[in-house]
Design a protein around this ligand. Structure first.
Ligand SMILES: C[S@@+](CC[C@H](N)C(=O)[O-])C[C@H]1O[C@@H](n2cnc3c(N)ncnc32)[C@H](O)[C@@H]1O
Length: 264
């Protein structure tokens, strides 16, 4: 997993692009409830990656610790925040062993994160340990309705893989979110989910194809090369036959979902 992130660090932002005004709305959704209750709050983001979520919050001057186990992802983040704020600390480390004091943070943020690691339960316990009473645990993710050309191309690839004898497993992220929610409730928290931003991304079939071919998405990473290569050739044929102009853009309707819980 870590080596894949090193490979995609400089292209990662393409996978989950947020238009600037959407980034702003997402940042406000994380900061507003915390600021209402705490003065000069300290945020921690686990699995901060290249800073898609953290950079707009850091730019507003909040105290922010961005932790990630992958040095290449953190390096991209470091370049983005250089000179932006002195209140940011970048930490290379494992979310399952946070080098931080108990009760020392006002909010912990985890976006597209839990499904990335084994023993996520440990990372969850660590997040709850470092949060002070009344602090916020925020989980976030991007979601589409599924009924768009990009999704159809991904589904076609799944069918091609199936035909090559490789069943692709998808839906791990949603399944993990449900597991985490169950665990939060067992810990006495009351997670609440809401949509905090929505937007439309125009994307052409050619770009949808490239994102699979370049193994940008994590669901492509475990497909063995000997299956992956012929599957992409077959998918490319299908795309060029199905779309007279593969550069015509189609809309993808996105939502950013936020689940917030407060530590008792
Ligand atoms: C899918 S990316 C999400 C990045 C960012 N949160 C976002 O939404 O753009 C997941 C990130 O988690 C990091 N990661 C995976 N396992 C980790 C762990 N055990 N501790 C800290 N970071 C980890 C990866 O290096 C990667 O940068």
């Amino acid at each position: 997993m870590a080596s894949h992130f090193s490979r995609v660090a400089f292209t990662y932002d393409r996978t989950r692009y947020h238009p600037p005004e959407v980034s702003g709305r997402i940042a406000s959704a994380f900061t507003a409830p915390v600021e209402k209750l705490f003065r000069d709050p300290l945020f921690l983001e686990i699995g901060a990656g290249t800073g898609r979520i953290s950079v707009p919050i850091i730019a507003r001057g909040y105290r922010y610790i961005a932790l990630d186990e992958n040095p290449a992802m953190l390096e991209v983040l470091r370049q983005k925040v250089a000179g932006v704020s002195r209140k940011v600390r970048l930490l290379e480390g494992d979310a399952r062993e946070l080098p931080l004091e108990k009760d020392s943070l006002h909010a912990v943020i985890a976006v597209h994160f839990w499904h990335m690691l084994d023993n996520w339960q440990k990372a969850l316990l660590e997040s709850l340990r470092v949060l002070r009473p009344g602090g916020f645990l925020f989980e976030g993710w991007d979601q589409t309705e599924g009924d768009n050309e990009d999704w159809k191309i991904q589904q076609q690839w799944k069918e091609i893989l199936q035909g090559l004898g490789y069943p692709l497993v998808r839906g791990r992220h949603q399944a993990r979110l449900a597991e985490v929610e169950e665990r939060l409730i067992a810990h006495g928290l009351e997670p609440k989910t809401k949509m905090v931003a929505d937007w439309v991304e125009p994307r052409s079939p050619r770009v949808s194809l490239e994102m699979i071919a370049e193994r940008i998405y994590s669901f492509t990473w475990e497909v063995p090369e000997e299956v992956f290569r012929p599957s992409v050739i077959e998918l490319a044929h299908w795309v060029y036959q199905s779309y007279p102009d593969p550069d015509t853009e189609y809309p993808i309707h996105w939502k950013f979902m936020l689940r917030g819980s407060r530590v008792p």
